[in-house]
Design a protein around this ligand. Structure first.
Ligand code: PRP
Ligand code: ADE
Length: 171
């Protein structure tokens, strides 16, 4: 399966110079979406994940189906001001801008094996911030799983301690 056939590249969006990888066209194709999620499920299963963590918003469309397939929990990481109970937070930089992520303080139990999922690894800022919060709560990050990796932004270099799985890579 060549997943790139189902991902749409949008030039100069959301700003000039960015080649945006739009996964909505992949998600619209039921069998392809299912196959993509299935590959991430296999990775999470091999890693014996206890819980899946995913950052808003596209991390949800990847992480939630993986969690339900494995019958394990899903923990949302959200942008500041969205989670209703006590949180810890972490600032991070993006390919286009910067932001602050949060996670509920009681969402991860010490020693839990955590897989972090997202649609795309770019600079690695989002995942680095997510890892920092999961580890602060005592979780063990046993793997990182993506649909897409943008190799030219070198996100991997920030994440050398972790096992990374990506379905398709753009050079
Ligand atoms: O590796 P990085 O440089 O951190 O970039 C990758 C992140 O950027 C995008 O999310 P975005 O913050 O645009 O939010 P969205 O999912 O709500 O669209 C994408 O879904 C990843 O989470
Ligand atoms: N080029 C890109 N396409 C889609 N999502 C992104 N998130 C960060 N960079 C991105």
């Amino acid at each position: 399966m060549n997943y790139k056939d189902y991902i749409t590249i949008v030039e100069d969006w959301p700003q000039e110079g960015i080649r945006f990888k739009d996964i909505t066209t992949l998600m619209q194709n039921g069998p392809v979406y299912k196959k993509a999620i299935g590959e991430l499920v296999t990775f999470a299963q091999e890693k014996q994940a206890d819980v899946i963590v995913g950052p808003e918003a596209r991390g949800f469309v990847v992480g939630c189906p993986v969690a339900t397939a494995l019958e394990i929990g899903f923990v949302p990481v959200r942008k500041k001001g969205k989670l209703p109970r006590e949180v810890i937070s972490c600032e991070y930089g993006l390919e286009y801008g910067k932001d602050c992520l949060t996670i509920h303080k009681d969402s991860i139990h010490p020693g839990q094996r955590v897989i972090i999922t997202d649609d795309l690894l770019a600079t690695g800022g989002t995942i680095e911030a997510t890892i920092q919060m999961v580890e602060e709560l005592g979780g063990e990050v046993v793997g990182l799983a993506f649909l897409i990796e943008l190799a030219y932004l070198n996100g991997r270099n920030k994440l050398t301690r972790y096992d990374i799985f990506s379905l398709t890579t753009y050079q």
